[in-house]
Design a protein around this ligand. Structure first.
Ligand SMILES: Nc1ncnc2c1ncn2[C@@H]1O[C@H](COP(=O)(O)OP(=O)(O)OP(=O)(O)O)[C@@H](O)[C@H]1O
Length: 769
């Protein structure tokens, strides 16, 4: 299978090039062979990040403090013993026991996590009730049902940025013994401070550079970005999103200090996860074996006020940008229509795109952060790896999305209506993200997940509970003045840890099979070689020692058995290879046939009479779709089909609605309408007789032509309605039918728009088929 210029296999529908947000591109596969120059460990699953933490017990028993502070502990009372504890503490953590400078000092006994739920109940009266800050994580963490599937919980990390120079308040964040502790000010009748204790997969303490446990940009990348990169080379999708309050350090962590400065973005001190990821990616590509072809494509868009803007579009101009639409592809999921995708060959090329996108990103001053980014930005990198083995191209694709979310605004602080509008939309996306996380974290079966309630969550669907290895970086400020926001972020992040994703290698079943069989073959060959070696050495020993022929016979038998197995596997391999090849050819033929059908429909529509109003097509299609979906009046549909056929053959237009039938004679300018209740063919010799006897009146003026916007808006409504009917993944037949309906719909829309273009000379809209 040859690759197209941009690395897309030729027989892949071009729509895959436009996919964004999620990547369910059914990419052809590739051999498991590790590029020899690449260290094997790089390809290994980063157990530390996605693995079930070994230690699940909370750090220490809750000793009763001398009524100096309250301890807020888990609220899900029945599940505390199951608390999933996994906090990565970097080297030097031992010193963490000493509170970093300008942090409060807590007596050791005061803020310890309860060892068990029971312990929390023993809390003396002078303490407030215990509530969950670290929820139970799923037991599914990192179980592998399929050899190549990775089932894992979202990896959640927290980063604490330094206090700003002008920031008021004191530092209320502390880390101790793999825990993050927030101390609230004394309040209430007890007049005591409260300690909120949280646990995460990783905690990055970046408050004070002189602190030995200070987490650098490199630390963040190595812990969160590198595993995604390693897995991308293995064919897994990945996603890292930064979440946090405005000014808490999301952009700093993801991109760097000055996101538009080409020097700054590359400096060791400031370079964020995204540029590091891209640089490392090309380093890895450089070390690939000869014979491997790697294609890297990037796209970058932002969601601003629930509208999508391409940050890399050629004519991208901040003031005049056309919002893009999200569509649901039946196989590949939600994607951004017409998003530009750029093939890059070097890191420098990629960095230029990144900088261009950053410059285009909507920014606005807020009361909190002078250059606060008011949009969610999604930078996606698609990696295709291809190797030619025995004349066959084996490839796999992966997509990694690096996301910098906008900070949630407290609208009360702003007087600007535009800002309030932005805030509402940003909050809508983040609010929905919260709802999605809650629903996924709930883990109740059939729980409705409102992915579609916002553009952001719709596009992140696969990254949240789908085919992706996902990590979340929650950033917080240590200042007491930001306490409320900080606690909200930390709770949000806690909940996200319960989300379970199932990532799989993105390759075709055919390529997976070939890869597996090649591995099997390699194993057996090495086994045979080993036996041969042993047999040789045994026979020499036998010759020398004149040992029993029994041992030799046994060894020979084993060798023969192994050889037979090998032969069998080879035969099996060849047979299965041929079978899959045949299936592939069949599928290809079907696709070609389907493509031809579509092309002919488009041709017919293009050459249609320019006077024909578009309305009948729309109405007809909608009615037919309604009929198909409701499966109503099967008998009636037989009659209506006959009538429609007759009308078509006699230059009449016939349309059926839910309760009436309308026949239009455009040539003579007359029309007849009949309610379906009165549709009765008895007493007529044939359909012609029936039609002639209808009550004809002067035809009403043909409906006005639909504008492109109207067509697209109604088509979008249909797509939305249709997507609600999407069958579950395991319903193969229904899924196929669904895909066909969806495809037909796309064909219909293309035809409509093409027709419109030829009629009105309006601007063309290109749709991928
Ligand atoms: N780890 C850090 N070390 C040093 N400075 C930091 C760190 N994190 C953030 N900062 C500084 O804090 C300020 C705010 O950070 P940043 O712009 O990244 O916040 P943000 O969360 O992306 O805000 P917004 O939501 O408004 O985009 C910047 O001046 C940044 O340089």
């Amino acid at each position: 299978m040859a690759l197209s210029a941009s690395g897309t296999p030729k027989n892949t529908f071009t729509t895959s090039k436009r996919l964004a947000g999620t990547n369910r591109t059914p990419a052809p596969g590739l051999s498991e062979k590790t590029p020899s120059n690449t260290p094997r460990s790089q390809f290994a699953t980063p157990r530390t990040n996605y693995a079930t933490p070994k230690s699940r017990k909370a750090s220490s028993a809750m000793a009763t403090p001398e009524c100096s502070s309250n301890v807020e502990a888990p609220t899900r009372k029945d599940k505390l013993s199951n608390v999933n504890v996994a906090v990565k503490i970097r080297p030097g953590i031992a010193k963490e026991q000493q509170p970093p400078k300008n942090q409060f000092t807590t007596p050791k006994t005061n803020s310890a996590t309860p060892k068990s739920r029971k312990a929390s109940f023993d809390t003396p009266d002078c303490f407030s009730n215990v509530t969950v800050e670290t929820p139970t994580a799923s037991s599914k963490r990192n179980s592998n049902k399929d050899k190549y599937d990775q089932v894992s919980n979202l990896t959640v990390a927290i980063r604490i940025r330094p206090m700003g120079a002008k920031e008021l308040g004191t530092n209320v964040v502390k880390i101790r013994d793999k825990e993050l502790i927030i101390r609230t000010q004394p309040s209430g009748a007890s007049g005591m401070a409260t300690d909120h204790i949280f646990q995460y997969d990783h905690i990055f303490w970046s408050c004070d550079e002189s602190d030995p446990i200070y987490a650098t940009q490199e630390d963040v990348f190595m812990t969160l970005g590198k595993p995604l990169l390693n897995n991308a080379f293995r064919g897994y999708n990945g996603c890292l999103f930064a979440y946090g309050q405005t000014g808490s350090g999301k952009s700093f962590s993801m991109m760097g200090r000055n996101t538009c400065d080409s020097i700054d973005i590359d400096t060791e001190r400031y370079s964020g996860v995204t540029p590091r990821f891209c640089k490392d990616l090309f380093e890895r590509v450089r070390t690939l074996d000869k014979g491997w072809i790697a294609t890297v494509e990037v796209s970058y868009f932002e969601i601003y006020n629930e509208k999508i803007h391409d940050l890399l579009a050629s004519s991208s101009c901040v003031s005049n940008r056309t919002p893009l639409k999200v569509r649901e592809h039946p196989i590949w999921g939600p994607y951004v229509v017409d998003l530009s995708v750029h093939t890059v060959k070097t890191y420098e090329e990629l960095r230029d795109w990144l900088l261009q996108g950053n410059k285009n990103r909507a920014t606005a001053a807020t009361s909190m952060n002078e250059k606060s980014s008011r949009s969610h930005s999604i930078f996606s990198i698609e990696l295709s790896l291809c190797e030619r083995i025995k004349g066959e191209d084996m490839s796999r694709r992966s997509k990694v999305s690096l996301i910098d979310l906008a900070g949630s605004e407290r609208l009360g602080n702003s007087h600007n209506t535009e800002k309030i509008r932005e805030g509402v939309y940003i909050n809508k996306s983040l609010l929905t993200l919260g709802k999605v996380i809650s629903a996924l974290a709930d883990q109740k079966k059939n729980q409705f997940v409102p992915y579609r309630d916002s553009v952001l969550t719709w596009l992140l669907r696969e990254s949240l509970g789908g085919n992706s290895l996902t990590a979340m970086l929650a950033t917080i400020s240590p200042a007491s003045t930001q306490l409320e926001e900080t606690l909200a972020t930390l709770r949000y992040a806690c909940q996200a840890r319960s989300i379970v994703n199932r990532a799989r290698v993105n390759e075709s079943p055919h390529d997976r099979l070939v890869r597996e069989l090649r591995l099997e073959l390699e194993n057996l060959t090495s086994l045979r070689e080993e036996y041969e070696k042993r047999a040789l050495s045994s026979s020499s020993v036998i010759l020398i020692n004149d040992s029993t022929s029994e041992d030799l016979e046994q060894l020979r038998n084993k060798l023969t058995q192994t050889e037979n197995r090998l032969l069998e596997a080879q035969r099996d391999w060849e047979q299965r290879f041929m079978e899959t090849k045949k299936t592939q050819m069949k599928e290809l033929a079907e696709a070609e046939k389907y493509k031809a059908e579509l092309e002919s429909t488009v041709r017919v529509m293009k050459t249609a009479n320019s006077d024909v109003s578009l309305s009948p097509y729309t109405t007809n299609f909608l009615e037919e779709l309604e009929c198909v979906l409701t499966d109503d009046n099967a008998e009636l549909s037989d009659i209506s089909d006959d009538i429609k056929n007759w009308c078509n053959n006699n230059d009449l237009t016939c349309t059926f609605t839910a309760d009436s039938m309308t026949v239009t004679d455009l040539v003579h300018g007359k029309q007849a309408r009949l309610s379906l209740g009165k549709l009765d063919l008895r007493g007529f010799e044939n359909i012609g007789d029936f039609i002639r006897n209808l009550k004809w009146t002067k035809a009403v003026k043909p409906a006005k032509k639909l504008s492109k916007a109207e067509v697209m808006s109604s088509m979008n409504r249909i797509y939305q309605a249709l997507s609600h009917l999407q069958p579950p993944e395991d319903e193969n037949n229904l899924s196929l039918l669904f895909a066909k309906v969806n495809k037909s719909l796309q064909a219909f829309e293309t035809a409509l728009l093409n027709n419109m273009r030829s009629n009105t000379g309006q601007k063309t809209v290109t749709f991928n088929m």
